[in-house]
Every structure is written in C-alpha cells, then in structure tokens.
Design a protein around this ligand. Structure first.
Ligand SMILES: [Zn+2]
Length: 251
C-alpha cells in the first residue's frame, strides 16, 4: 500500500511542480497563471496535453519544441522533478500525518520562491500572502512544541534578515525578510537558527564557486531566497536530528 501512496504523491508533486513553474515565472511580472495557455516562446505554438506531461514530455521531445525545434530550458523538468521528489520525501519522512501535509505545502512555497527569485531576483508578495494563512493554520493545527517556539522562530527569522538588509544595503531584500519570517514561524526557533546557518553556508560556498568559475561578477548580486528555501526544507525534514546530534556532541 505504501508504495502506491508514494507513487501517487510523487505524481501529484510532478503535476504541481509543472504548475509551480508557471506561478514562479508569471506572478512576479503580474501575469495570470491560467491565461494565456503555455506556448512555445519561439514559434508561439500552443502546447498540447502531450507536451505538458511533467518530465516525460521533455525527455521524449529531447527538450525541443515539436513544431520549430527550438530548445526549452531544462529548468522546467528540473523543478518538476524536484517538486515530485520533495512531496515524496515529506511522505517518506513523516508518513500520512499533519507534518507531511505541512511539509508539502512548505515545499510548494519553497519551489515557487526559488523559481521566481532565480529568474527575477524577486519574491512576490502575492505568493507569500497566498501561502502564509495556509501554512500558519496548519502549523498551529499540528504543533509538536509549545506555541511560543514558533512565534519566536518567526520573530527571529524576520528580525535577523531585516538586520542583514539594513546592515548590508543590498544583496537581500524585504522579500527575503518576509519569506524567512514565515519559514521561521513554521520551523520554530531551534530549526530556524539551523536553517539560517545552512542557507549562509550554501550561499557562501556556491557564491564563491560562481565567482571562481567566473559565472558571475564579484559585485553581482546573487539571490538568497533559494538558499533560505533549501535551508528551511532541510531544517524541517531533519532539524530535530541535526540539532540533537550536535547537542550530544558538545554535551
Ligand atoms: Zn516552437
């Protein structure tokens, strides 16, 4: 039975991932997510149902338009696959529980934010405002610590990034502040601190690599939202174990 639920949740994730690409690419520039239907960016041919099967369509068409042969970005199937895997991961980690539902909604926010921030260097308010009430309601419905852990996490998350924004004058923006206030609230104070440390570590390592390999200029701003999203998901999935392991090492 578990295997059928796992496959089912993965397929749902792949389909949602396809939609999250659209949301992440259209909402920041004020476009509707339902209209117009997806088209080839080069020849304008409307994509049919068989062009929009997550991951598979891309593989069978070798990532090109069936009409004009122009290449599609591998970012689409990549984020479809990532969403499917994240949905599956939440189920494997938490089973059929409230924590898995909350994790799946949190992963959805993280995927959309990553797509939008990588493409436009912007985390759209509309997306945050859509997810905030759902995430907060689920969090307080399925608490596994006292309520103030989560409130503190939210204050820490938003406050810390706000401090970075004020001190650094650039790099991070108010979108990151709002995003991490929300993520901190969902994680609770301990995992929120871990998520921030992970985000800084990933951001620094990858940032240095991008400069060393001359993919970006030294002064060029790099979006930080994707690292906050990645740190948040790791902390949500394994925060308790990582923090517990660390405390037992120093204790
Ligand atoms: Zn085309």
């Amino acid at each position: 039975m578990t295997i059928f639920i796992a496959i089912y949740i993965t397929v749902i994730g792949l389909l949602f991932g396809s939609f999250f690409n659209v949301v992440g690419l259209r909402v920041p520039v004020g476009e509707s997510v339902v209209h117009p239907p997806s088209r080839c960016g080069s020849c304008g041919t409307r994509l049919g149902a068989k062009d929009m099967i997550p991951v598979l369509s891309y593989m069978f068409s070798r990532g090109t338009c069936r009409h004009c042969g122009v290449g599609f970005s591998p970012v689409y199937p990549l984020f479809e696959a990532v969403t499917g895997l994240l949905f599956l991961w939440m189920y494997l980690r938490f089973g059929l529980t409230g924590a898995a539902v909350l994790g799946i909604v949190l992963a959805s926010l993280c995927v959309i934010v990553t797509v939008a921030d990588l493409k436009y260097m912007r985390i759209p308010n509309k997306v945050l405002l859509f997810f905030a009430p759902i995430l907060i309601a689920l969090r307080f419905a399925f608490m596994d610590a006292a309520w103030w852990h989560y409130v503190l996490g939210g204050i820490f998350g938003g406050g810390l990034i706000l401090l970075v924004v004020l001190l650094s004058k650039g790099g991070m923006g108010m979108g990151d502040v709002k995003l991490f206030a929300l993520c901190g609230l969902i994680l609770g104070i301990g995992p929120a601190i871990l998520a921030f440390m992970l985000a800084c570590a990933f951001g620094t390592v990858v940032g240095v690599m991008l400069i060393v390999f001359k993919i970006v200029q030294r002064k060029q701003p790099v979006p930080f939202g994707p690292w906050l999203a990645l740190g948040t998901l790791i902390a949500y999935l394994y925060g308790t174990q990582i923090i517990g392991g660390y405390l037992s090492l120093i204790g």
